[in-house]
Design a protein around this ligand. Structure first.
Ligand code: AMP
Length: 182
């Protein structure tokens, strides 16, 4: 269930740091290198599949856009459905939306109103690549609850542990990060 030190190192080494992207002072955690490394991608996905196999999930909800990649792969491995949570204006059917604050201004995420319809007591795992301030994930977890499902945990490949995002999100939902970055 817990990742070995060796496997953790495989994942950490597969993620690339891009300094000053998208703006000065930000170290962008680039997961494209992990995706292109079949062994590292397999280590990650096998770990997640093992962790969540006993959770009785009905769906994985992935956050636009990198959460789609990990979320959809995990949904297939677990044999559950996948639901996208997208930036405003991208989903074609009737949506429910939630605003959240950014450093400057606000952003908005949406989910289809019927995302979990037809399933009794949906149990949903929220998935994204990284939690920074936690604002996006907080809004996404609220959306899952708003459309009548239970968000049982929020899972991230990486957590920026020097930011306070995780503790705020923990007020709403259990949080799991595969790798902590300090
Ligand atoms: P936040 O709402 O602040 O937790 O931001 C989370 C979203 O922004 C996630 O979808 C991440 O993919 C992205 N993000 C924020 N900071 C970084 C970073 N340093 N490197 C890569 N992605 C980031």
């Amino acid at each position: 269930m817990t990742l070995s030190i060796q496997d953790k190192a495989v994942l950490i080494n597969a993620i690339r740091d891009i300094p000053d992207f998208p703006k000065p002072g930000i170290i962008f955690k680039d997961i494209t290198t992990l995706l292109a490394d079949k062994d590292a991608f397999k280590v990650l996905m096998n770990h997640l599949a093992e962790r969540y196999s006993g959770y009785n999930l009905t769906h994985i909800a992935g956050i636009d856009a990198r959460g789609f990649i990990f979320g959809a792969a995990l949904a297939q491995m677990l044999g559950v459905g996948f639901v996208p949570i997208r930036k405003k204006g991208k989903l074609p059917y009737t949506t429910v939306s939630e605003k959240y604050s950014l450093e400057y201004g606000v952003d908005e995420v949406e989910i289809h109103i019927d995302a979990f319809s037809g399933v009794e007591s949906p149990r949903v795992l929220l998935m994204d690549d990284l939690i920074a301030t936690g604002g996006t994930a907080y809004a996404a977890a609220n959306l899952i609850n708003k459309v009548g499902a239970e968000c049982v945990e929020a899972c991230f490949v990486m957590g920026l542990d020097f930011l306070s995002g995780q503790s705020k999100l923990r007020d709403l939902v259990e949080v799991y990060t595969v790798i902590g970055v300090d």
